[in-house]
Design a protein around this ligand. Structure first.
Ligand SMILES: Nc1ncnc2c1ncn2[C@@H]1O[C@H](COP(=O)(O)OP(=O)(O)O)[C@@H](O)[C@H]1O
Ligand SMILES: [Mg+2]
Length: 256
């Protein structure tokens, strides 16, 4: 469901809309009047050198970091700068961090069940009983993340790549409208990386996805519009081939 990057729309026509967003850390501008948006159904890859502000952008969207200025609007009208992390997650923005949040001593299936119970607190979730509809949802997620055959295995026994997929599955179980994924293929084998692209494309059939990633082979497999961040703002947008041809982008990457 890749959509071309169009001229800047109104906030109300977007799922996620950032306009003029700035964030400073001790005077250093991690985001410098960043403007960026995605529409419903889109998959977008975000690339850019280390320190470009990619993770900070996700922090701003999820409420972890408050912008000094600018608009951050979800679903055409909700001002995210007013809300805390829990409220933003409840609105339907799921984020996959690099640090794993999988419970190693539980099975793959139980991890997904716990994710469904999410928000009830650890104690309440121990007593969570899934409904038939929820069990069907978990089965569907297991298929999507290619772990149906591993449902009864302990999460701690999975490969690195499988653990990353389980984490993506735990987000999917909660059926977020927008999925933010930061460097999902770091540390994966080539074959796991390839499978992750397939998995995200499958997820994108029913969810809007924003992926930050360095791995260009992976970004190419995603086959979606690319935004290049540099020094806290958008340097270029277009297809991967477009941005790789862009002189400024080439300079930024070669100049390092
Ligand atoms: N909490 C923080 N305190 C101070 N500086 C930070 C903080 N978070 C990020 N930065 C700085 O902001 C810049 C952008 O960081 P980041 O968003 O993590 O970049 P990227 O994810 O593109 O590599 C970097 O120079 C980083 O050192
Ligand atoms: Mg980062």
């Amino acid at each position: 469901m890749s959509t071309p990057v169009h001229a800047r729309p109104e906030a109300r026509d977007t799922l996620l809309y950032l306009n003029g967003v700035s964030v400073s850390f001790d005077g250093f501008k991690a985001l410098n009047s960043l403007s960026f948006y995605v529409v419903v159904g889109e998959m977008r890859a975000i690339i850019g050198p280390n320190g470009a502000g990619k993770t900070t952008m996700m922090d701003v969207v999820t409420g972890k970091t408050r912008p000094d200025s600018g608009d951050v609007v979800f679903n055409g009208g909700t001002d995210l700068t007013e809300l805390d992390e829990a409220r933003i997650a409840n609105l339907g923005i799921g984020r996959k961090f690099q640090k794993p949040t999988v419970f190693d001593g539980h099975t793959v299936y139980a991890n997904l069940e716990l994710a469904l119970a999410g928000g009830r607190g650890v104690f309440a979730s121990l007593f969570f009983r899934s409904t038939p509809a929820q069990r069907a949802r978990i089965d569907a997620v297991l298929e999507t993340i290619a772990l149906a055959g591993a449902r009864d295995r302990l999460a701690g026994s999975l490969s690195h790549g499988q653990r990353q997929w389980l984490e993506i599955g735990m987000l999917l179980a909660q059926d977020p409208q927008l999925l933010l994924v930061d460097e999902p293929v770091a540390g994966m084998t080539d074959s796991e990386t390839e499978q992750t692209a397939v998995l995200l494309k499958e997820i994108n059939k029913s969810h809007t996805v924003v992926v930050v990633e360095h791995d260009m082979t992976f970004v190419r497999s995603l086959d979606c519009p690319v935004t290049v961040l540099h020094e806290g703002r958008v340097l270029a947008e277009g297809t991967l081939a477009d941005v790789q041809r862009n002189k400024q982008v080439v300079e930024v990457y070669l100049g390092r």
